[in-house]
Design a protein around this ligand. Structure first.
Ligand code: SF4
Length: 346
């Protein structure tokens, strides 16, 4: 590991003014420290933000929810307001990582975690994301985990988060601050596709810090949502494909509103409002869900080893929509509150 300095500013304002080129925010450190140990990231200065008071979870005046950037993932998933009002988010968080990691990892850090592409972590391999202009060996190489949608000739990496797939479906807004001021970023505009500059994962500018994530009111989806994650083993594995689905039905049993987002298939959570629009006003059926899946996956392309993801995603989309239609599953069998290695609900 390279030498670095560590500072712990006493206030948000001080932290924002301390940021300079070569600095790196650090909170839970569950990804940043891995990147530093592997030599992928070499910040000269770490700015510890854990004491800035950005860890609250509270309702907003508009009836939504405000998730502090520094609230641990576990506290967020088990918070009563999240479990009752946003069970889709709770399920997605609990599908990720391990209980120990969820206890350390923060909400802001979850959004900013980097791809798990093996070449990105291998300093002996070229990688456009790590060293722009060196190439992408995943194209034609080990591409089983990689993107089938939205990839570029420069990078075919996927975003690894489960939480972000639910946040995309729930129309979250990311609030950020810098020394220059504050701004709000709609979730669909927060992460980016790789394009010509895959080294940039998000639209966050240097020196900007996530303060909180805002969720609009979503009670209408609470009874009909599902997070389906398909992976190589039952826990502690990144998604090959994941689907966050949320539905609202009208009094006649037709779909009144719907959200569907995919994980594991692109450089960002994948969502298409035109695929959702074909469902609205219709009665649920496998044929209808398959039509939406076809639109969501339009343009999906195999990178050699990952063509199976296209069929897998199509089936996962229909399963997620069918599961959500039947009613929101509560407390998964692998993550139930009775397990002693989980934090108890708040
Ligand atoms: Fe690097 Fe992206 Fe290619 Fe992986 S897919 S080797 S992260 S450029």
């Amino acid at each position: 590991m390279n030498p670095f300095t560590l500072i712990s500013p006493p206030s948000l304002e001080r932290a924002l003014h301390e940021f300079a080129p070569g600095s790196q925010w650090i909170a839970g450190g569950t990804n940043v420290l891995d990147l530093m140990k592997e030599g992928v990231a070499r910040p000269g200065r770490l700015i510890d933000i854990t004491g800035l008071g950005l860890d609250r979870i509270e309702t907003t005046e508009g009836g939504g929810l405000r998730l502090g950037a520094l609230a641990p993932n576990a506290d967020t998933a088990w918070h009563p307001l999240v479990r009752e009002g946003y069970p889709l988010l709770s399920a997605a968080i609990l599908a990720g990582a391990s209980p120990q990691i969820r206890n350390m990892a923060t909400n802001g850090g979850n959004l900013l975690q980097r791809t798990r592409c093996v070449y990105f972590y291998d300093l002996g391999a070229p990688c456009n994301k790590r060293e722009p202009g060196t190439g992408c060996p995943a194209i034609g190489g080990l591409s089983r985990q990689h993107a089938v949608l939205g990839a570029s000739e420069r990078c075919i990496a996927t975003h690894p988060s489960d939480m972000c797939v639910a946040l995309a479906a729930l129309d979250a807004v990311v609030h950020v601050r810098s020394a220059a001021g504050a701004r709000a970023i709609p979730f669909g505009e927060f992460h980016r596709l790789p394009g010509e500059d895959p080294q940039r994962d998000s639209t966050l500018a240097d020196g900007e810090l996530i303060t909180h994530i805002e969720l609009p009111p979503a009670e209408r989806f609470a009874n009909h949502s599902a997070y389906i994650k398909v992976r190589d083993r039952a826990s502690y594995a990144f998604a090959l494909v994941s689907v966050a689905a949320a539905l609202e039905f009208d009094a006649a049993g037709a779909i009144g509103a719907v959200r569907v987002a995919l994980g594991g298939v692109a450089h960002k959570p994948w969502r298409r409002t035109d695929a959702e629009a074909v469902l609205v006003g219709q009665r649920p059926s496998d044929a209808l869900f398959e039509a939406a899946a076809d639109l969501l996956l339009e343009g999906a392309t195999s990178q050699g080893q990952n063509g199976f993801k296209i069929t897998m995603a199509r089936r996962a989309i229909t399963r997620a929509l069918s599961t959500a239609t039947a009613g929101t599953p509560r407390a998964g069998r692998n993550d139930g509150p009775g397990r002693p290695d989980l934090k108890e609900p708040q």
